[in-house]
Design a protein around this ligand. Structure first.
Ligand code: AMP
Length: 291
């Protein structure tokens, strides 16, 4: 049994900083016939991340968590520099979760000088988040493929919170024959409904209250949907009415789109809203309960 009784908890997780190291650790497990699960993150771990890790631990023999704030997926003027970095706290959480290994590469280890290759996923990466954050999904796709190539996991775990990213990674995994099964896990929310996000740490007290407008907008669209409304424009208006009523909110987009193409029409309500300096995203599949 992996990580059996003889293993001292304090030894976990093994901390790996280079691609060769993570490759050989994962290869060792695979060769021993163990199922390897990968949970890619940017750190500042919260209960949303932990839900992915728990699912991975249930389904795989080995759980490898990567922590890497990927500069490629941040645009100029975005929050790369100030993105929360809390490695010590993160490692303590991973230890408590009995994760087998943490892959925490430096930027130079992931992108040695002269590494210019980029992965572009096509249409799905060009709308909504892709349109508002040029280059973002190219950065995501590139780092995810690199992680898949280094680790060659059986399964990789992503959150529905970032629905377009999850769909794009599923597309990439299929199109490029990675052999990785991409598992998408439900969004974990605060008691008031706000989706957990590392970026919530940026919110000041008043902003934190204002941020409820994202889930409130999704609830409004969901109510209309459950009443029988199917016109994407009216569902969109239901979201915008809530968002416009919040003085601290500025809307990047609020749409109801298809879950695969991310184009209208469909039944996935998606939105991106700035609360002060903080840009938050959320989504909900209309017709399903939204706590
Ligand atoms: P991040 O560290 O923000 O890049 O997120 C790493 C992974 O955790 C991504 O697959 C996210 O979709 C997922 N994730 C982030 N927040 C949540 C949440 N509230 N519920 C579920 N998964 C999440």
């Amino acid at each position: 049994m992996p990580g059996g009784e003889g293993t001292v908890a304090a030894e976990r997780p093994a901390l790996i900083g280079d691609v060769a190291g993570v490759r050989s650790a994962a290869e060792g497990w695979r060769c021993a016939g163990e199922r390897v699960g990968l949970v890619p993150t940017m750190g500042a771990l919260h209960a949303g991340h932990l839900s992915l890790i728990e699912r991975c631990r249930q389904e795989c023999d080995r759980t490898l968590v990567s922590i890497f704030v990927n500069p490629l997926q941040f645009g100029p003027g975005e929050d790369y520099e100030r993105y929360p970095r809390r490695l010590e706290d993160d490692l303590a959480l991973l230890r408590a979760e009995r994760v087998d290994a943490a892959f925490v590469p430096s930027v130079e280890a992931m992108y040695p000088a002269g590494a210019t290759t980029r992965v572009r996923v096509g249409e799905i990466g060009e709308v909504l988040e892709g349109e508002h954050r040029p280059g973002h999904f190219e950065g995501v796709a590139t780092v995810v493929l690199k992680l898949f190539n280094a680790v060659r996991p059986h399964r990789a775990y992503f959150g529905q919170k970032d629905a377009q990213q999850a769909a794009l990674v599923q597309r990439l995994a299929r199109d490029l024959d990675t052999g990785v099964e991409v598992v998408v896990c439900p969004t974990v929310r605060e008691p008031d409904g706000l989706a957990l996000s590392s970026r919530n740490a940026y919110l000041e007290e008043g902003e934190r209250i204002a941020a409820r407008c994202l889930v409130e907008a999704l609830r409004a669209a969901n109510r209309r949907y459950l009443e029988g409304e199917r016109d994407p424009e009216r569902l969109r208006e239901a979201m915008l009415a809530v968002l416009r009523a919040e003085p601290l909110a500025r809307v990047d987009y609020a749409e109801v789109v298809d879950e695969r193409t991310f184009r209208s029409p469909g039944r996935l309500a998606v939105l991106a809203v700035r609360i002060g300096q903080t840009r938050l995203i959320d989504n909900h599949r209309l017709g399903q309960p939204l706590p």
